[in-house]
Design a protein around this ligand. Structure first.
Ligand SMILES: *Cc1c(COP(=O)(O)O)cnc(C)c1O
Length: 439
């Protein structure tokens, strides 16, 4: 990508500088952010293509603009491939992001209102008129691995709906299904949301479906992080037992930034009108072309081998970190990510300090709240670490063991610039051995 013949280099040197710097950063650092990946050259080409020029409001065969015949071809390909990949009855490939894929479900299935019940409204503002309480969502708490779009009070999902959260068990770090059942019986949710951004264990979709049936709730699975593993059968699929399944396309699925919303046929019309015209205008056709390209890749046997490598690498990395004396929430991982609990092992190091030190060493991770964290969200006591991006570079078990050692040394450095500089050199060597071929 970054070569001097690029039109951006020719016409906008100021902007081009950032492209060159970013290519250098991606090529020469170890990307361990669990939600990130490197797309293939084909997906990259589709994302930066002439499909960006076209308006295509509506759906294949029913557009509000002329000249959409090639848009229809591309969107139908994306739809058909997503259906084969996930075995779903209906899919909408237009959501611009994972959050919007989730909003489509809320708009299609839920009645908005006050985020508080009547009694709580009276207590908070005795003189204000009581508003209709919004429908209830039951979802995983953000600090326990959930996502903003699952009912956080600063997000539209938490402002327009009432929310109850289930949590992970303090001892095991795993979701306690009997607590989920008890909460569901108590709060009577309209919608139960499963899925997470920082949960390293297998989801028991069948048990959630049973609980949803018991309390008459709809069930939604947000597989944003684990979609790649679900697609190839290396994580159980929630599709058969859920009313809705949403995902981002840019995490383990290794496609362009974006989302999709899947649902049972009975919800197809409502989901489609929720995405357009409910939430969005024209679809990002270049992104949908890139989704089609990525889904095509995901249907090939090599993609299953890649997902297996992601899993094997996560296991190897987790075991090596534990062997170095680090503690992981729930003790390990069944998927592509792990959460380091710094309180044990490095009690004086916050997630923010760890993120900064590792960054100086060329190891990119994100600080993360851990369950029952006493520190604030800008500090945290945790680090979230994932293997999708390093696996895309072709790294394996030996490299994971090396990376675990580098991480542990960076945490033990107390921020010493010399120690971090030495690690940075070793990171560069590793990156040179496993160059990115994706841009
Ligand atoms: C990443 C993520 C999303 C949101 O994706 P955006 O594209 O950033 O809006 C939604 N849900 C979960 C569980 C996620 O991890």
């Amino acid at each position: 990508m970054a070569n001097d013949k690029n039109p951006i280099a020719q016409q906008d040197p100021e902007l081009w500088k950032a492209f060159v710097a970013e290519q250098d950063r991606q090529q020469n650092t170890l990307e361990l952010i669990a939600s990130e990946n490197h797309v293939s050259p084909a997906v990259m080409a589709a994302a930066g293509s002439l499909f960006t020029n076209k308006y295509a409001e509506g759906y294949p065969g029913r557009r509000y603009y002329g000249g959409c015949e090639n848009m229809d071809t591309v969107e139908r390909l994306a739809i058909d491939r997503a259906k084969s990949l996930f075995n779903c009855e209906h899919v909408n490939v237009q959501p611009h992001s994972g959050s919007q894929a989730n909003q489509a479900v809320l708009l299609a299935a839920m009645n908005p209102g006050s985020q508080f019940g009547e009694a709580e409204q009276r207590e908070k503002a005795p003189d204000a008129p009581v508003r209709t309480p919004g429908d209830m969502i039951l979802s995983l708490h953000l600090d326990h691995g959930g996502h903003l779009s699952h009912g956080k009070n600063v997000n539209i999902s938490g402002k327009w709906f009432r929310v109850t959260h289930y949590r992970v068990d303090r001892e095991t770090g795993r979701i306690n299904m009997s607590e989920v059942r008890a909460l569901a019986k108590e709060c009577k949710p309209k919608l139960i949301i499963t899925g997470a951004s920082a949960y390293s264990r297998i989801w028991e979709w069948d048990k959630f479906a049973e609980i949803a049936r018991e309390v008459g709730a709809l069930l939604m699975a947000d597989i944003a992080h684990i979609a790649g593993m679900v697609a190839v059968g290396l994580h159980p699929s929630p599709v058969a037992v859920s009313d809705f399944v949403t995902t981002t396309t840019h995490k383990t699925l290794r496609g362009p930034r974006g989302g999709i919303t899947m649902c049972k046929e009975a919800w197809a019309k409502k989901i489609d009108s929720a995405v357009f015209p409910g939430l969005q205008g024209g679809p990002l056709m270049h992104s949908i072309a890139a989704k089609a390209a990525a889904f095509g890749e995901a249907l090939r046997p090599e993609f299953k081998a890649y997902q297996q490598l992601v899993l094997d690498n996560a296991k190897a990395l987790a075991e090596s970190l534990v062997a170095k004396g680090l503690h992981l929430v729930s003790g390990g991982t069944d998927n592509h990510l792990m959460l380091v609990d710094l309180r044990k092992g490095y009690p004086s190091v916050t997630g923010a300090m760890a993120e900064a030190w590792l960054g100086q060493a060329g190891i990119v991770v994100n600080k993360n709240m851990i369950p029952y964290d006493e520190r604030k969200p800008m500090e945290t006591s945790g680090l979230r670490i994932g293997t999708p991006a390093l696996s895309t570079r072709g790294m394996g078990g030996d490299e994971m063991r090396k990376v675990a050692g580098l991480i542990d040394r960076a945490l033990a450095s107390a921020g010493d610039a010399n120690a971090l500089g030495k690690i940075r050199g070793e990171v560069l060597d590793l990156c040179k051995q496993f160059p990115l071929h994706t841009h």
